[in-house]
Structures are given as C-alpha cells and as structure tokens.
Design a binder for this molecule. Structure first.
Ligand code: ARG
Length: 587
C-alpha cells in the first residue's frame, strides 16, 4: 500500500478507537512541509457534528497515533489540525515495497474506464501548424495518464477530410489539369495508383484555391458542387480524394512520430458519412429535425448555464452536411463500437461553443446516455507581444518550423558548449534532436492546459528554470552517477536508504507523493500537474546531489545515496513517460 493510503488507514483506526465516526478523516499531503509530511483535518467537521472542541478531539486522536512508531511526531496545531511526520526508518525502508512496481505506488480508488480520445485534429492537404502543437502534446500526455491509472483508451486522430477544402482542391486541380482521368465522365478503367501530385503540391495549392473561391464566385460555386459530388460518391473524385488522404497521412504521421505522438485509429470525418445520413433519416422520421430557411436543424434551447444556444445545422439548405453534424454522428459511432464511459476532446478552447452544441444535441437525441462527453479545451500559444505566435517573418508557423527551431536551439547550445560539453560532434547532432523535442513539449506541458502561454524561443532550451533541459540534465545526472559509481540499477527487496540529511528526506517524500499528483492530473485532465511534479523532483534531486556527497562518503552512506538515486531515476523515468518526454543517455 502506498504511504498516503497507509496513513489514511492508521488515522481511520485512531478515529475509530476513540469511538469517533471515521468517514471523514481528511488525510492528505501536508501543505506545511516545515511542520509535517501529512495532515488530517478531520477533527474539524467531527467537532461540528459532535458539538465539541475540535482541538480536544484532535488531541485524543493524536494521542492514539503517537503510540505508533510509524510516526516521528504527531502534533495538534491551529484550530485542530493533526500534523504527522513519518519516521525516517519508515521512509527509508519502504522504497522497494512501495515504489518498485511500474506504477510507483499508484493505487486506483475506483474501477477502470473505457475512454475514447479525440486529439490531434489535423486536416488533409493542409500543413500542420502552430495550432496543432498543443492538441498533439497534451492529448498524448492525457492518454498516457489515463492508461497509467488503468483505463482502456482508444485514441482517434479524427482527420479533417470531408468538408469544403476537399472540393476546393478538386476544383483547383480540375482547372490546372483538366485532362486527368478523374475528371473524365466516360472513364471506366482503374485510376492510377500513384497520385499525379505530391503533398507539397497540395499544401501550396490549397491557399491558392481558397483565395480563388473568394475572388471568383463561379469557382466557389463549382467547389461547392464538387464537395457535394465527392460526398455523394463521385467515382473519380473519390479516387482523387484517396490520393489526398494517402499523401497527407504519410506526412502527418512522420511529424507525429517525431513528436512521439501516436493514435490507434486514423479515421476521418468521412468515416461516418453513411451513418450520418441514416441518422438524419431517423431524426426526420421521428420529428426531431426542424425545417428552418431550407436547412434542417436541431433546436437546442438553453445551455446548462442558461444562455441561448444556436441550433445545430444537420443539413444545410444546399443538402450538404457540416462539422457539427459529423461530430454528432461520430459520437453515435464511438458509443456503438466502443461502449465508452467517456469521450474526451482535446481541442482549442475557442471551439467551446461548438462542443456545447454538439454535446447538448447528442443528449437531446439520446445517442450517448451515461457517457461523459468532455471538451478539454486549451489556450493559444502566444508571442512576447501576447498575440498569437508568428514566425520571424510574420507568418503562421508550421509545426515543422516549431520543431526545427527547438532542435536548432538545442544544437546551437551544444555547439557553443553551453550544453553537452563532453559529446562528440555526432552525438551533439543526435542528442540535440531529442533535447529539442523534449524542450518543446515540456515548455507546453508545464502550462495549465486552459491558459494561453507565451512561447519563448530563447527560454525553451535554457538549462535553468522550469525547462525541459533543466530536468533532462537532472535525469542524465542520475544515470551518470549510477554508471560512474558502478551501482546496480536493478531495484532489490533489501534496498534501504538511511536518511541523514534534510535533502534526502525531502527527496524521499517527493518520491512517495507521485500517486497524489497522478490522481489530480487524471481527475482534472491536467498534465501540467505531472510536469510540475517532475520539475520539483528534479529540483529535490539537485539539492540532494549538492548537499549529500556520494563519492567521498563512507561505504554505507554511499550505498544509501546510490539507492536513493536509483529510485529517483525510476520514478523520474515513469513520470517523463507520462508526459511523453524522451530522455537522452548523455547530455
Ligand atoms: N480538424 C479540426 C480543426 O482543424 C479539429 C477537429 C477536432 N475534433 C473534433 N472531433 N471536432 O479545427
């Protein structure tokens, strides 16, 4: 049992042996580390119901706990807080029994869930850009946290592959290469396997097509019609569109691989096309759809907060379908196929209204009873001027650009000797890639998901402060200390740490505190809690490393400190993995 749960049991028993109701012991990590490791505030509500003095009750409970050698001290403070300090023996002796497993002491309080996650949200034929960084990184981390606590997670990239952009591209191509067989209505053979263009071509063609539609009404109308034809199954357009998808997906996958982001499903919006039309038929038949200026809508009425919500348009006046309708059909599919307890959407906070509408519509038509539909919004990445981040030349940065500046910044630091002094030129090139990507990810994850943050190119790879390199350095140091001292890295049942210094104590307590951070991050879907834990762990380790010499110490102390280093590395690696951070061997 992990330390917090052991203490909860002990306090519960103490309440009971005093004859008190033990349902509300309120045990948690102390917020006063100067006086205690753990605290119980349960005497306060107890005193209210019993109409007694809280301090007197707390004293009675504390007296029971004092009889247990598990605790070094138990005091009653303030209005009746019970403050407990765990004995150094207990702290030093339980590393193996509590921390050695994969879960580092995490124990799930409830039953595992099945969760569908929708993150990434890339669009076919459009280069991934700055807006795709956060959903990928945050989504990946939340997925890892959910899996760590025992959930079954199905991650779906939910590719944007079905709307107007597809019609725009088809129309642009039609004008540029009218002789392609895809445009020949009499063509009955097999379409070419190879696309007559590259993904780069598509990415450059798209903005041009988009501009055309703005300047030329006839073009816009054709694009519109072509979108509809594609959706209705036009053979040539479907073949063309398949090329778009194949080329795009190959490139998108490469970028996500580089970021260490992966998906179980690569479905697109198009995937639910038929289901959506069946759904529309059903909603027409049962009178849910309302005709409104030629369109068919689901009226929503008031939101949970009481404001009027615009209706969801299920069928446009031209017979086409849009983003929200697709999302609603996708909910139905996910519920049918995976029977999830929750569907999580890691999508820009600015799509809040969209999800509010979609979730309320899903509720109205009864397709997801008892499924928790959660929009996990995130803020934007801003420049120093607090406006959306731009490239040096003022454009919208692509994801490629962001990854490259992070990698280059890391390489520059290595070349100037600020980092990686002992590395060969070859190693510098390789390791700067890992450090760059981890720096980019950590700089994002350390911020609260819902807030905007300022993307600071210069700070990204700084080795000081709350940065990726700071904690990678600490972790590399753990590895190299163990390596240099020839310490056995395997965790063993007779591992023991003799605490002789406050820095050792603080570090050990931090290790035992991981489950608490995991639970908070899981409950609130907030990876920054884990990122913050890792930063503090690195800080505690650095303090320990500074205050507690290993090399010159007597053999017993040396062994104890190496053991502590070994467990710190074990926990740190587990946590880095929850964030999706890669850690180099050297740096
Ligand atoms: N492709 C969309 C965009 O670029 C994001 C998709 C988010 N997921 C969803 N189920 N709507 O905005």
């Amino acid at each position: 049992m992990n330390l917090l749960n052991q203490i909860k049991e002990k306090v519960k028993k103490a309440f009971e042996s005093c004859g008190f109701d033990a349902n509300n012991t309120l045990v948690r990590l102390s917020d006063r580390p100067d006086i205690s490791d753990y605290q119980s505030n349960g005497a306060l509500p107890l005193a209210k119901t019993m109409r007694q003095n809280p301090r007197a009750l707390a004293e009675q409970i504390a007296e029971k706990l004092r009889g247990d050698s598990f605790f070094e001290t138990v005091s009653v403070d303030g209005p009746g807080f019970i403050n407990m300090k765990v004995s150094n023996e207990v702290l030093g002796q339980n590393l193996f029994s509590i921390l050695s497993g994969e879960k580092c002491g995490y124990e799930r309080p409830d039953t595992p869930k099945t969760i569908v996650m929708d993150y990434g949200g890339p669009n076919v034929a459009k280069a991934l850009h700055v807006g795709h960084l956060r959903p990928a990184i945050i989504g990946e981390s939340i997925k890892r946290i959910c899996r760590f606590v025992g959930d079954k997670v199905i991650a779906d990239v939910h590719l944007g592959d079905w709307g107007k952009p597809m019609g725009l591209l088809i129309t642009e191509l039609q004008d540029r290469s009218p002789d392609l067989p895809y445009f020949d209505p009499n063509f009955t053979g097999d379409y070419p396997k190879e696309a007559p263009f590259t993904n780069k071509d598509l990415e450059t063609m798209y903005p041009v097509a988009s501009q055309h539609a703005k300047d030329d009404e006839a073009f816009a109308t054709r694009a519109h019609e072509n979108t509809k034809l594609l959706q209705d199954g036009h053979r040539g357009y479907r073949a063309l569109w398949q090329h778009f998808i194949d080329l795009s997906v190959a490139d998108i996958r490469k970028l996500y691989d580089e970021l260490g982001v992966s998906f179980d499903l690569w479905r697109g919006e198009s995937h639910v096309h038929e289901r959506l039309w069946r759904m529309i038929e059903r909603l027409r038949a049962n009178g849910t759809l309302v005709k409104d200026q030629g369109a068919e809508i689901i009226p929503l009425g008031k939101s949970k907060n009481g404001n009027d919500l615009p209706p969801v348009i299920m069928v446009k006046s031209d017979g086409g379908v849009m983003y929200a309708a697709t999302d609603i059909a996708t909910i139905e599919e996910r519920v049918d196929e995976f029977k999830p307890d929750a569907i999580l959407y890691v999508v820009d906070a600015r799509q809040g209204l969209h999800f509010e509408q979609v979730f309320l519509a899903a509720d109205k038509i009864g397709i997801a009873p008892n499924v928790s539909l959660e929009h996990l919004g995130f803020g934007t990445l801003n420049g120093a001027d607090n406006k959306p981040y731009k490239t040096r030349s003022g454009g919208v940065p692509t994801l490629r650009y962001l990854i490259d500046i992070a990698k280059e910044a890391a390489l520059k630091k290595m070349e100037s000797g600020e980092m990686g002094r002992d590395l060969t030129a070859d190693e510098k090139t390789k390791i700067s890639q890992i450090v760059g990507v981890s720096a980019l990810k950590f700089a994002d994850l350390i911020n609260e998901r819902i807030k905007n943050y300022i993307f600071d190119e210069d700070k990204l790879t700084s080795t000081e402060g709350k940065t990726g390199p700071y904690l990678l350095y600490a972790m590399v140091r753990m590895k190299s200390v163990l390596e240099k001292m020839g310490a056995d890295k395997a965790l063993a049942a007779d591992d023991f740490v003799k605490i002789t210094n406050p820095a050792e104590r603080q570090l050990v307590l931090r290790l035992y505190a991981l489950p608490d951070s995991v639970q908070t991050a899981y409950d609130n879907r907030t990876p920054h809690v884990i990122a913050d834990y890792l930063f503090k762990l690195a800080q505690d380790f650095n303090l320990f490393y500074h205050d507690c010499p290993i090399k010159g110490a007597d053999p017993q102390t040396q062994k104890s400190r190496l053991t502590l280093t070994k467990y710190t590395l074990h926990v740190a690696e587990t946590v880095a993995d929850l964030l999706g951070l890669q850690v180099p061997e050297k740096m």
